[in-house]
Design a protein around this ligand. Sequence first.
Ligand code: ATP
Length: 614
Amino acid sequence: MERDRDDGIAVKGENPAALAVADAEVDGKAQSSALSSTLFLDRVGQVILTFNSDGLSWSMVQSFNNDESSCLGVKLAPKVVTEIKFSDVYAVELIDYGLVHESNLPNAGKFLVGHDNEMYWFKVHGFQRSKSQPSLWVLSLFTFGHNDPQMCQMWVNRINASLNLEMGRPRNLLVFVHPRSGKGSGCKIWETVAPIFSRAKVKTKVTVTQKAGQAFHVMASTSNQELYSYDGVVAVGGDGFFNEILNGFLSSRHKAPYPPSPTDIIHSADGHGSSLVHHGSSGTVAETSYRNEDGSPLLSSTVQNFTDQDRDFPFSEEQFRFGIIPAGSTDAIVMCTTGTRDPITSALHIVLGKRVCLDVAQVVRWKTTSASKLDPCVRYAASFAGYGFYGDVITESEKYLWMGPKRYDYAGTKVFMRLRSYEAEVAYLEVESGEANSTSGRGHVSGSIRALWSPNKSERVVCRVNCAICNDKPIHVSMGDPQTTTYSRPEKTRWLRSKGRFLSIGAAVISCRNERAPDGLVADAHLSDGFLNLILIKDCPHALYLWHLTQLARRGGTPLNFKFVEHHKTTAFVFTSFGNESVWNLDGEPFQAHQLSAQVFRGLVSLFASGPEV
Ligand SMILES: Nc1ncnc2c1ncn2[C@@H]1O[C@H](COP(=O)(O)OP(=O)(O)OP(=O)(O)O)[C@@H](O)[C@H]1O
C-alpha cells in the first residue's frame, strides 16, 4: 500500500522491497544483513530504524539538536534512548491502524511530524535499568509507525526471529498465586504482571490457592513427565509460599542420603565421623504444616503412586526453573536473587529467561520433642533456618496473622521484651581454608575460601550478578543421583562442637537481605557457593543483643562483629535442644524440632533471576 502522508513527508515507494538491505561481504565473511527503514517513533518523530545483529538502533531523520542538551556550552549526555538490545526486548507486537503521537521532544519542532498521525504500527517491549537503582528494571516501550502494513509486519517478523534466538526464554509456565500473601494482594500483583507474560507469548497455567498445602500437593503429585512439559514454576507470594512449592518439588524427587544425626556426632568420641550417612528414602515427608484438613499427611498416597518408570523419567532439573513474583511479607529470596523487591522486575527476569543457581539446605528433624521416637522428617530451606529468638518470633507472629507484615515487628518486640536463652548443643563440619575440593559434598569448590571467610569487612566478597564465587560451579550433580558426601570419608571430616546457652542459632543459606536488614543477616553469603552460614549467638546482656539487632538493621552495619556472635561457614551441622522449647523457623515457617541436622546442596535448583546488581 502506498499513501501520501498528510504532513507532506513522502513515503511513496518505501516498501519492504525498497528497504536498504545489504548482505555485504567483508574479508570474505558474510556480514549480518543491515536493515534500515524510515519510520515514525511515537512521541519522537521520523527516525531511521536500523536492525543490528544484537538489537535495534535509531536516529532522527532530520538532525536537529534533540539528542543532546547543552549547558554553558558543555554538551550533556543524550536525553533520548536511541537503541535497545534484543536481550532487553521481551516482546514485539503488531498493532492495527492507529494514532501515532507527535514528538514531545522539547526542541523537535512540529515540522517533523506536524500533528498526530494515523498509521500502522508495532510495539517493541523491553526494559531499562533504573538510573538510581540498577537492580530495578523499568518497562520501556517503543512504538514505530508506518503507512504500509507490510513494512510493519516485516519488522515484527525480523525482530521475532531474533527474539527466538535468545536462549533460555520460557514458553510454558506453571503459576501458583497465594491470594492472602503479605498484605493480601497476591491476585492483584499477578494481574499487574500477567500482561508481561501474555505479550511475551509465555503460556501460563494459573492456580490461585484456596488453602495452605495445595501448591505442595500439586508439585509433589504431578508426574515428572507432566512437570517436564513446563519450563518452570512461578510462585506469586512470599518466602513461605515459595518454600512450600520448593518442598513439594524436592520431596518426591531429591534422592540423597540424610546428613548424620546429632546422636551420630555426639557418640563419635573424637568428633571424627564414621558410618555417618543415613540413607533416607525420598518421598517420605510428612510435614505438619503440609497436611490435609483431617491432619493426614498430604503426601502419603500421592507420592507413592509414582511408578518406577515415572521416577526414572529423565527429569531435566537443569532446564526447569523457579520464579518468584514478590507478594509476601519479607520476600528475602527475591531481594537476594534480583536485588530488589519489585513484581515487574521479577516478571522480566522470568520472561527474559534469566538463570541463577541456588543452594538449598536439606533439614532433617530426627525428634520433634525430647520424648518423641526417632522419626526422620525432611524439609528444604532456600534462605534460612533459625532457632531461639527466630523460632519464638515466628511462633508468636502466627497469632497475629491478621496484622499482615506488621506482625513480625510486633512479635519481634514482644519476644525481645521477654528474651530468653536456650540450652543446646551444635556441631558443625569444619571447612578448612586450604581445602579446595569436596568441601560442599558436591564436588569441586575451588577459589579462596579464606576470602569467603574473612571477618574483615574490607575483604568481604558480596554476591552479585555473574558472581565469580557462585559461577565457580562444580559439575552438575543430577537430582536423581545419591550424592557423595564428605561424611562417607571420615578421615576428611571433623566436627566442631559448641554447647551452652544461646539466644539464637541461625543458618543462612543466602544473605537474607530484606527491608529490615538491608545487607542481610550475612552480608557476604552467596547464592550458590555451597555453604551454610552458621550464626551462633551466645547468651549475653540484652543491651548487647539489641546492639547486634540494630547493626543488622543498618546498611553497612557489623552485626557479626561481637564477642558473643560466632560465624562459621560450613556445609552441615547438627543440633540438639536440652530444653522444652524447640521451634525452628524455616524460610519463615515454624518447624518444631528437638533434634535436627542440616546439610547444604550446592546449586540444587535454578531460579529465573540473575543475581543482585550491587
Ligand atoms: N490460599 C491460602 N490460604 C492460606 N494460606 C495459604 C494459602 N496458600 C498458601 N498458603 C500458606 O501461607 C503461608 C505463607 O505464605 P507467604 O509466604 O506467601 O505469606 P507471607 O505473608 O509472606 O508470609 P511469610 O512471612 O511466611 O513469607 C505459606 O506457608 C503457604 O503455605
